[in-house]
Design a protein around this ligand. Structure first.
Ligand code: FAD
Length: 538
């Protein structure tokens, strides 16, 4: 256990402190069951004001790239991140494990938000926020480094055709993205595919079985590029570290380190520039434009239990929204509905999609997938020449099924019509998502057919895990390019306001996981923004 992990006694102390503080603070209303959010009585909490040249909200893929490129250009930059910093390394106990869920898993909830994995706890600033919408549940990162702490690391570049189908207005930029932006991200994150010796090891039996069956079912199979130092996996295979990779116990963070996440790559380099300060546990509540046309941020500094310690008003020349698709969209929908930023585009809160995500469990297939099953998700397959783009990736299962049960987890996705919208909810002072399933109906039919074809070839049966309630790890859109921002993320009609994260991508990233494209687009846009706006706008 490292020095930042909450111990039982610390949680107990926090409970007492939290109870005392909450007596004066009260809990916010309107949040879904299991969520807690502390709000502050202004008289009790110190208020400070601070002037900044550039502020980045959020420290995931968009935020990490933005911060580094601003810092390298000599721009003093403050990164406001609601989550905490997590340090990990070989054999650490930084993150909670699937078999023993605790508050480190979840953003300020009192109970598990993960179906089939129970748990209750005191509110804690854990690594994943669950956002409940109408017709869709979204899970997204809430830590320094954003979703990169909890993502498997599947780092895929879409084909030109599928990229253009997802983002028609960027079609002409694909050549530039392919020639330098995607390769730059790949080198920053030190991307490689699973080496032969690891794929041949016993815990990767399920990956090998998937590759064989998928090929027999007519899919083009491939190894997934990943930001992983494979020596850490070898350390587990040699018995030197407690299994994390080799048991796929990765959903709440990688305890053995070796993952080139944004906090230890882009953000670390940004801080190394000497120009960038990262402020964890800083929640941006509101964004406004004042009479002098300056950007004003209302920010709460919280403790790891979510209790407000300080209120800050931060005034900036430029604000780079990188709070992720849900976070950025919620801030802008609020600002528009409350009149905090006049004349925001009508498209704010529209063109949201789930990247076509669907999770299937494959049960009782022929052959033995083994247990435990190694990860991260390192092998996949695509349908050659399909009219509907479709990719399926095999992910080792972190759950040990009952004896005699054979199980594999498969994640599939494609390109969707971004039919999701976000609307302001006065009671919660927040924006809420509504998803129209027409957006991915055709794709889901194809996915179901493809999964059944795998089972026909490889035996057993497929269970659609999302059938009862669709969910996604890949939220995209809400502040779409073209209608709300320009090709480089400049919000229409508002100098010095930028959106550089997944919120500007309308619904899908071209039949692959989104992080690579979010980061590459941020690189591409920052080059343009620094060329045209530096010393003119900020
Ligand atoms: C469990 C899981 C597994 C995944 N696996 C993969 C994968 O293998 N490959 C892949 O490509 N993608 C994967 N993803 C998706 C990927 O993580 C996201 O697409 C990506 O992180 C989005 O990047 P972003 O820059 O848009 O936002 P994020 O990385 O989500 O960063 C946004 C940041 O903003 C912060 N923030 C939000 N609101 C506020 C606020 N009001 N004030 C201050 N800070 C705020 C958040 O805490 C967060 O750190 C996975 C996601 C999850 C949840």
């Amino acid at each position: 256990m490292n020095d930042t992990t909450p111990t039982t006694s610390e949680v107990g102390r926090r409970r007492l402190l939290g109870a005392a503080a909450l007596g004066g603070l009260g809990l916010a209303v309107g949040l879904p069951s299991g969520h807690a959010r502390a709000t502050a009585t202004p008289s009790r909490v110190p208020v400070t004001e601070r002037r900044e040249r550039a502020v980045v909200i959020g420290s995931g893929f968009g935020g990490g790239v933005t911060a580094l490129r601003l810092g390298q250009a000599g721009v003093r930059t403050l990164v406001l991140e609601r989550g905490r910093r997590w340090k990990t390394g070989p054999d650490s106990d930084t993150f909670c494990r699937m078999a023993n869920l605790d508050g480190r898993s979840s953003w300020l909830t009192t109970e598990s938000q993960f179906p089939g994995v129970p748990g209750t706890w005191e509110p804690y600033t854990g690594v994943i926020e669950t956002v409940h919408g109408d017709g869709m549940t979204v899970q997204c990162g809430s830590a320094v480094g954003g979703g990169s702490l909890t993502y498997h690391g599947m780092t895929l570049q879409p084909s030109e055709e599928h990229f253009a189908a997802s983002m028609p207005m960027m079609a002409d930029d694909y050549t530039a993205l392919k020639s330098w932006a995607y390769p730059l991200v790949a080198s920053m994150l030190r991307i490689t595919t699973v080496p032969n010796d690891i794929l041949a090891a016993d815990p990767y039996r399920s990956s090998r079985l998937f590759l064989d069956t998928a090929a027999d079912a007519g899919l083009d199979t491939f190894r997934v590029p990943l930001p992983i130092g494979w020596s850490y996996v070898r350390g587990e295979l040699a018995g030197r570290y407690t299994p994390t990779y080799t048991s796929s116990d990765l959903t709440f963070g990688v305890n053995n380190g070796g993952k080139h996440s944004i906090d230890v790559t882009y953000l670390a380099f940004a801080e190394g520039s000497g120009k960038v300060e990262v402020a964890p546990l800083h929640v941006v509540r509101d964004l406004a434009l004042d009479k002098q046309k300056r950007w004003v941020l209302e920010v709460d500094r919280i403790d790891t239990g979510g209790v407000v310690q300080e209120h800050k008003r931060i005034i900036a020349d430029a604000v780079f929204l990188n709070a992720g698709s849900p976070g950025t969209t919620r801030l802008l929908v609020k600002a528009k509905a409350k009149g905090l930023v006049p004349d925001l585009p009508d498209a704010v809160g529209t063109q949201w999609g789930n990247n076509g995500d669907r999770i299937y469990l494959w049960l009782q297939m022929d052959g033995d997938p083994g247990r435990p099953q190694g990860g991260p998700a390192c092998v996949g397959g695509r349908v050659p020449d399909s009219p509907i783009p479709y990719t399926v990736i095999h992910s080792g299962s972190p759950m040990l099924p009952p004896d005699g049960t054979k199980l594999m987890t498969l994640a599939a996705y494609g390109i969707v019509d971004p039919t999701g919208t976000w609307a302001y909810d006065t009671t919660a002072d927040d924006a809420k998502l509504t998803w129209d399933p027409a957006g991915d109906a055709d794709l889901q039919t194809l996915i179901r057919e493809r999964m059944n074809e795998l089972a026909r070839v490889g035996g057993g049966m497929m269970v659609d895990q999302d059938a009862q309630g669709p969910s996604t790890w890949h939220p995209l859109g809400g502040v779409p390019m073209g209608d709300a921002v320009d090709r480089h993320g400049r919000v229409h009609g508002h100098k010095g306001l930028y959106v550089l994260d997944g919120a500007r991508i309308p619904g899908s990233t071209g039949d692959c996981n989104p992080s690579m494209t979010i980061a590459a687009l941020a690189e591409h846009s920052m080059a343009d923004i620094l060329r045209r706006d530096l010393r003119r706008v900020f």
